[in-house]
Design a protein around this ligand. Structure first.
Ligand code: SF4
Length: 453
């Protein structure tokens, strides 16, 4: 397995090997699935959207609906305007969505399709909506596409009206299990809010025996319009949520607070204090107890993870959160890597490392897993924490792998459970501790094999 990976890293500029990201439309499609009654539409070839749907379905173990402009050679040469107009007519006639969210692809971007002019020449049925976002995949990643699609919804739909006293929550590119946990915390704080987007009950829809094109969940169009009348936005995760928060501020003047994804103790504390400041400044006892239980757990189990080293990789906002938790657990995040380009990630992780005086750590934005493997070959780590794409490295180097982030293609249940909040942090810390303890059980001498640990 990966036997040919050389130990010595070489300078590479023109090729990515084993990428640590996927393409922009995947994120745009996922964002659109978090809007109720929405049909995501891929303006490109059928091959693109097949891939985008497949990776989402494999991660969530749910169908990921989407339509396509079905480019062939003709559209590639003469432009995709005709395909798009026909597609929109068919989609509204046959699948009856409330809204169609179009994202572009490499091909339609490369030939310079102008969606704005196409839509001006298209008749949208009364009471229906079409929004779009430009998502060229030769830039950014699925996180960039997610962010662009959110900004697209806001650009077309958000309206400044009478202040509604609500707080908008932008959860970032996270699982339905995370959003469900965020909503539970918001309920405990009694915060009147709009969650956008919201994939709960769409990408974790219960089995009811009925097959429905548009499940119950998702942010409604009315709620997206009402974002413009919110008092404030809590934007979680800079890479996924800052641009849409900026878009809403520019369009409707809604101020925002940018917070890290609430993964780990300190980031969750910051989220909790932000919620507390929306009310009377207090923190409900239920939340305080959750925090106390997490502290207790970390203290009890710390002999098993203290001083261990980790490689953390995946999406930037998630990786930042996991890195913080690793530091809080007394471990060393030896390698921290995201495939999404952007110095903002690297500088925020470096600041985190400096805060904990962590030495000998390497941080990389826009990197790939081939490079991570080479570094691990030279200096192994005790545990890898990231997506399923690291499993070949974990097997090749015999390193425990804790699956976290997107995508997790080779295990079940992952999207249902949170990584955010004190409860999600405890779950993640438990997975890391258990992976290290399983390794110890496997490798120790018979006389050191303990029943009670
Ligand atoms: S061609 Fe571009 S948009 Fe299509 S699947 Fe490949 S990277 Fe994604």
């Amino acid at each position: 397995m990966l036997d040919m990976t050389p130990k010595e890293p070489a300078e590479r500029k023109a090729v990515t090997i084993n990428p640590c990201k996927t393409c922009q439309p995947v994120g745009a499609l996922y964002c659109a699935l978090g809007v109720h009654g929405c049909m995501p539409h891929s303006h490109g070839s059928q091959g693109c959207v097949s891939y985008h749907r497949t990776i989402l379905s494999r991660h969530f173990k749910e169908p990921a609906i989407a339509s396509s402009s079905s480019f062939t050679e003709g559209a590639s040469v003469f432009g995709g305007g005709s395909n798009l107009k026909t597609a929109l007519r068919n989609v509204f006639d046959i699948y009856h969505p409330d809204i169609v969210a179009i994202h572009t692809t490499c091909l339609s971007e490369t030939i310079g399709d102008d969606l704005n002019s196409y839509l001006m020449e298209t008749t949208i049925p009364d009471g229906k909506y079409v929004v779009y976002a430009n998502t060229p995949s030769y830039a950014g990643s699925h996180v960039t596409g997610f962010s662009a699609m959110m900004a697209g919804f806001i650009r077309f739909l958000a309206e400044k009206g009478t202040p509604n006293g609500r707080t908008a929550i932008f959860p970032g590119f996270v699982n339905p299990g995370d959003i469900r946990e965020l909503k539970r915390i918001l309920r405990v704080f009694r915060v009147s809010h709009i969650m956008f987007p919201d994939q709960c009950d769409v990408m974790d829809a219960p089995m009811t025996g009925d097959s429905r094109m548009y499940p119950d969940g998702g942010t409604t169009i009315e709620e997206i319009k009402a974002l413009g009348s919110c008092e404030r936005v809590l934007a979680l995760g800079a890479l996924a949520s800052e641009e849409p928060a900026n878009q809403l501020k520019r369009k409707c003047g809604v101020p925002y607070s940018l917070l890290d994804s609430p993964i780990g103790m300190e980031a969750t504390d910051a989220f909790i204090m932000a919620l507390s400041s929306l009310g009377d400044g207090t923190v409900p006892e239920e939340i305080e107890k959750e925090r106390g239980r997490l502290v207790d757990f970390l203290l009890d189990a710390h002999p098993y993870f203290h001083g261990k080293s980790a490689a953390v990789y995946g999406d930037p906002d998630t990786v930042t959160g996991i890195t913080r938790l690793v530091l809080e657990m007394g471990m060393t995040p030896r390698y921290v890597l995201t495939g999404t380009p952007g110095e903002a990630f690297a500088s925020s992780v470096r600041a985190l490392l400096a805060q904990y005086d962590a030495q000998g750590c390497e941080v990389r934005a826009g990197g790939d897993l081939f490079e991570l493997h080479q570094r691990i070959k030279n200096e192994p780590v005790d545990v890898m924490i990231g997506t399923s794409y690291g499993k070949q490295i974990a097997r090749a180097e015999d390193i425990p792998l804790v699956r976290a982030g997107f995508p997790v293609l080779d295990r079940y249940g992952h999207p249902y459970h949170p990584l955010v909040g004190y409860r999600g942090t405890m779950r993640l810390a438990e997975m890391i501790a258990n992976a290290l303890m399983d390794r110890r059980d496997r490798d120790c001498k018979d006389e050191d094999f303990e029943l009670v640990m």
